[in-house]
Design a binder for this molecule. Structure first.
Ligand code: SF4
Ligand code: SF4
Length: 423
């Protein structure tokens, strides 16, 4: 990592603790990523970003703040980036994906909280992540109980706005979400000092739709029997998409997609012919949570798709660009975002349909349903997911895990046995 100590110091970070994180990340990245063979050349961009993950983008955000822009930190794919961008704000994802942050989270949260929440709270309170220091405002949502209570704790330390997400998807719920988006827009206008106009929102909708289209191209290439990119690399691209400038993100992802499409034409695969194809479904895999992809792809199979918020839920479905009034645009945003199928909704049968559809589209040999420990929503829904897949004749393995490596060998044994059965 380049030397950003002064910047981190100015952000009020705990430099000694942060040094410990900086000491392990490059090795972890080297072991998991740089050890792969025949990676797409375009992955150079993401390797560079990760090499300075607490430097390059944070420095950009601070520069933007000096010019008057505001940074909004978000934790969920239901929060519409478009609204922030329309007010000349910047969005950065804040979900924590490392065990490093969990102990600081456990100082204020029950141990029986999902690791993603513990890591997110720990990253802020432990002062060991620059993104959590830079954000001017956090935007939470009422998706799961753990998050709702965590926002109350974080809200004592940082300005926090919480969007109230419906629990069902009836017409009146979609309307309510449109109203929530309009309320959020008013908060964003106040924070940024900029008015959101239909023209600005239309531009923002187009920018984020372009990003979604680029991500979809990469996933489209992954459907090929020639597997042009590892699941690990696709996951990294997706994880960084939550942090990066959306226009640059679309450019870089399109560049990668060009290369992958050429690889498919040329028959260049990163896995030997006949490698078993796996769809991962379940809870999000926030950076640097590469655990399941690494275990699967070093056990003889390939991850070809993720039904997750760090996967298809992030980019599928575009926002309708035809509305010309703010009211119409908020309704279009609500329609698109309420089309995401998260386990926090009931009923959530469309998620089951999604998983079966994706299993077919990506021609997978099996599904691994991976849920974070103590995520009551996804763990409970796992029962329905597994039954539906079995009924559809698609092999499935259900896994519950956390961010530690304590269960890695046990998981490897189970996954290898699952892959053998597929063979
Ligand atoms: S899993 Fe649900 S709560 Fe978590 S980021 Fe995705 S949509 Fe939001
Ligand atoms: S993984 Fe589950 S418990 Fe954790 S934040 Fe997401 S929905 Fe909440």
């Amino acid at each position: 990592m380049a030397n950003y100590r002064e910047m981190w110091e100015n952000l009020g970070m705990d430099l000694a603790a942060h040094d410990n994180l900086c000491a392990v990340l490059p090795t972890a990245f080297g072991d998991v990523y740089l050890s792969q063979k025949n990676r797409p050349k375009a992955m150079d961009f993401w390797d560079m970003v990760v090499a300075d993950i607490h430097g390059i983008r944070p420095a950009e955000l601070i520069e933007a703040q000096k010019k008057g822009q505001k940074v909004f930190g978000t934790f969920c794919v239901y929060v519409p980036d478009e609204v922030v961008i329309a007010a000349n704000g910047i969005v950065t994802g804040l979900c924590g994906g490392s065990q490093f942050w969990v102990p600081d989270g456990e100082k204020v949260l029950p141990k029986s909280t999902c690791p993603l929440i513990k890591a997110s709270v720990g990253a802020r309170l432990g002062k060991t992540c620059p993104f959590f220091r830079i954000a001017d405002m956090y935007v939470g949502e009422t998706t799961c109980d753990g998050k709702k209570k965590a926002w109350e704790i974080l809200g004592k330390d940082v300005p926090m706005y919480v969007m109230d997400i419906p629990q069902m998807k009836r017409a009146k719920d979609v309307k309510k979400w449109a109203e929530e988006i309009a309320d959020f827009a008013a908060v964003v206008e106040k924070e940024t000092g900029n008015k959101i106009t239909p023209e600005k929102l239309a531009d923002a909708i187009r920018i984020i739709n372009e990003k979604r289209k680029a991500l979809a191209r990469v996933y489209e290439a992954r459907k090929s029997s020639t597997i042009p990119i590892s699941g690990k690399d696709a996951l990294l691209m997706m994880q960084i998409a939550f942090f990066d400038d959306p226009v640059r993100c679309a450019q870089m992802v399109n560049r990668l997609a060009d290369e992958l499409e050429q690889r498919v034409k040329d028959g260049v695969s990163v896995f030997p012919a006949g490698t078993k194809r796996i769809l991962l479904s379940g809870t999000p895999m926030a950076i640097p949570n590469w655990k399941m992809h690494h275990i699967i792809e070093t056990s003889g199979a390939a991850v070809v798709c993720e039904e997750a918020c760090t996967g298809t839920r992030y980019f599928e479905k575009l926002v309708d660009e035809s509305a010309t009034t703010l009211e119409g645009q908020y309704a279009a945003l609500a329609d698109r975002y309420m089309g995401i199928n998260c386990a926090c909704f009931t009923p959530n049968t469309k998620r089951i349909d999604d998983i079966i559809r994706l299993a077919k589209e990506y021609k997978v040999d099996g599904v691994i349903d991976v849920n974070l420990k103590f995520c009551c929503l996804y763990d409970t829904e796992g029962y329905t997911v597994e039954n539906a897949l079995k009924e559809a004749g698609i092999p499935v393995l259900g896994i519950e895990t956390d961010y530690t490596d304590a269960d890695a060998e046990q998981l490897r044994t189970r996954i290898q046995a699952f892959i053998e059965v597929l063979g």
